[in-house]
Design a protein around this ligand. Structure first.
Ligand SMILES: Nc1nc2c(c(=O)[nH]1)N[C@H]1C(S)=C(S)[C@@H](COP(=O)(O)O)O[C@H]1N2
Ligand SMILES: [Mo]
Length: 413
């Protein structure tokens, strides 16, 4: 197969591609599975409305352990970001293939190239939409959830076919070299991989240039890139002074004062929730069937208070663990005569925006630590963190922990 461009890097070859590929083979399934779990955790409302048979069988997202979503979503976003340098290196290693002419010589090969298009196109699309979502830049004119979900399936089909087609080659190529030896080889001693007579499409250049770096140097560059990405993102989860380093996850750099000093996703200003509607005229409306009970904040504080240490874990990958105090959702259901609520629909004072309401499942309403929080870290919630009252439930995606709650409608008999 002829390429119009002469690719001459002596580092390129099936062994190098396979080493990079094996890293992705192990790690990408984690990104895929945790992403699909996020789809389950979000519940009915965030699911793309019309996905036909692409609907996965779902289950009620559990409430134990309380760090479950923190872990799955942290892995999804964290690993997704950290793998970007590996993906780029892998693409670089196979780039001559992109320019081969004619693009396909047989039907089988045309199909193979179609799966490659799905693999690379799907992955780049997922990276771009994912990163833009983290940056809070909804520049695209479509729903992030729908797009990222469809894109995921395109990528998964490409990924699975690619692995099925290339696994034997990968295993054979990995055996053709030794990582340990390559890690000891300096630039001056770096030589091209042997050309495999049985593989005319080999990535090894026929007229290689002199090396400008060793393979060890290339691995260090890629690993360094991943480490840098990690350093620029992990602070959002670790917290403390490292938070200021999390430049790639800018959300939540905005935070409050004193005990309320932890990341704010959307400020009261941004949600157009004003101090007047949250002041002394605020009432919480509790509903079940035809029963409605209205309570003010004093009355809520007179009910049994419960304290729990729980994380907020946002879909964007950041998380923060705080000590919350308030009324158990179970006790609020009892106020409207429901001993065993099977779910709840929570609405906020916010009039516009995607996150102004949320559906909770049975476990999320009845858990001992499922709260309508009035306080955090021993003081009243700040307006930005949801004063006068907010939902906080173990293991629930951040987005469902509605702030500035106005009403809760309980379901159940
Ligand atoms: N009413 C309302 N509640 C909301 C949101 C919102 O935009 N409006 N954002 C949600 C999201 S996406 C997250 S991650 C958490 C963040 O809570 P915090 O801002 O107190 O950290 O609040 C959730 N509750
Ligand atoms: Mo969030």
């Amino acid at each position: 197969m002829a390429s119009p461009i002469r690719w001459r890097s002596p580092l390129r070859g099936p062994w190098l591609t396979s080493v990079l590929g094996s890293v992705l083979l192990v790690s990408m399934p984690i990104v895929i599975v945790t992403g699909l779990l996020s789809y389950v955790a979000y519940g009915e409302q965030a699911r793309p409305a019309d996905v036909g048979w692409l609907h996965l069988p779902t289950f009620d997202w559990p409430t134990d352990p309380s760090w479950l979503f923190r872990l799955t979503q942290g892995l999804h976003v964290g690993l997704g970001l950290v793998l970007m340098p590996v993906v780029l290196a892998k693409l670089w290693s196979v780039i001559p293939r992109l320019f081969v002419f004619p693009p396909a010589r047989s039907v089988a090969q045309a199909l193979e190239r179609l799966t490659l298009l799905m693999l690379v196109g799907g992955l780049l699309f997922e990276i771009v939409t994912g990163v833009l979502n983290i940056q809070y830049d909804y520049v695209f004119g479509f729903s992030f959830y729908t797009a990222h979900y469809y894109g995921a399936w395109v990528f998964v089909v490409g990924f699975v076919s690619h692995v099925a087609l290339k696994l034997p080659t990968m295993v054979r190529s990995l055996r053709s070299g030794s990582l340990r030896e390559e890690l000891r080889t300096r630039r001056a001693d770096t030589t091209p991989e042997p050309i495999d007579p049985e593989d005319p499409d080999s990535l090894v250049p026929t007229d290689p240039d002199a090396p400008t770096m060793s393979r060890r140097g290339l691995f260090a560059l890629v690993g360094g890139g991943s480490l840098l990405t990690f350093a620029l993102t992990a602070g959002q989860t670790i917290g403390g002074p490292t938070r200021q380093l999390a430049l790639l996850l800018p959300r939540g750099l905005d935070s409050g004062d004193g005990p309320n000093d932890f990341p704010v996703n959307k400020t009261a200003d941004a949600a157009a929730v004003d101090a007047a509607s949250t002041g002394s005229s605020w009432r919480l409306s509790l509903e079940a069937g035809d029963t409605t009970v209205t309570l003010d904040r004093e009355q809520l504080l007179d009910l049994a208070q419960h304290t729990a240490v729980l994380p907020i874990a946002c879909v964007e990958g950041w998380s923060t663990t705080q000590t919350w105090t308030g009324v158990r959702l179970r006790d609020l259901a009892a106020q409207v005569g429901l001993a065993e609520p099977t779910g709840a629909y929570v609405e906020s004072l916010q009039e516009k925006g995607a996150f102004k309401a949320a559906d909770l499942n049975a476990g999320q309403v009845t858990h001992d630590d499922a709260l309508l929080a009035l306080q955090v870290n021993g003081v009243d919630l700040s307006l930005d963190h949801g004063f006068p009252a907010r939902i906080i439930v173990p293991a629930m995606p951040g987005v469902l922990n509605t702030k500035w709650v106005a009403s809760i409608r309980f379901e159940g008999a």
